[in-house]
Design a protein around this ligand. Structure first.
Ligand code: CA2
Length: 145
């Protein structure tokens, strides 16, 4: 089983700005934890981050030829991007949407996600631990158990 982890715009700032909202772990820390869990679950991971919507769409299309599912923190694109939703539906692979913060308890515009209705599952509000919970959920879903 192979899974791609996608982080959207600004997530490379993780651990460097707004620690009161997003915590102090960096994206590199998150990737290390994900790699350890992937080894335990015996799945292959690849990771990708971009600040550019179109590049994320290109990556999705290309990666879908070799992966079984996606773990996605779309960042701010969550609340704005019909095109990302269309691409995720189009690649026809299950994906789990992850948010570090509790998007339901913040500004009203963050409560709406274009992606949640088409996601296999959504995790939010557990800090960076949400990536690990999301990976477990996705692997469970893909293994059909
Ligand atoms: O809580 C999340 O994971 C978010 O997806 C993070 C996004 C935000 O727009 C979503 O509403 C919720 C923000 C992207 C990252 O921006 C950062 C800024 C400073 C430090 C770390 C990340």
């Amino acid at each position: 089983m192979r899974i791609a982890v996608i982080d959207g715009p600004n997530l490379r700032l993780l651990g460097r700005r707004e620690p009161e909202v997003y915590g102090s772990h960096t994206l590199e820390d998150v990737r290390e934890s994900l790699d350890a869990l992937a080894a335990e679950l015996r799945v292959e991971l690849e990771t990708y981050q971009s600040n550019h919507e179109g590049e994320i769409l290109d990556f999705l299309e290309e990666a879908a030829t070799r992966v079984d599912g996606f773990l996605v923190n779309p960042g701010g694109l969550t609340h704005t991007s019909v095109v990302l939703r269309d691409a995720l539906v189009g690649v026809d692979r299950p994906f789990v949407e992850v948010h570090i913060s509790n998007t339901a308890s913040r500004e009203a515009f963050r409560a709406h996600s274009y992606l949640s209705p088409v996601a296999a599952g959504v995790v939010f509000g557990f800090g960076v631990q949400g990536y690990l919970l999301g990976l477990r959920g996705l692997v469970h879903r893909l293994s059909g158990s």
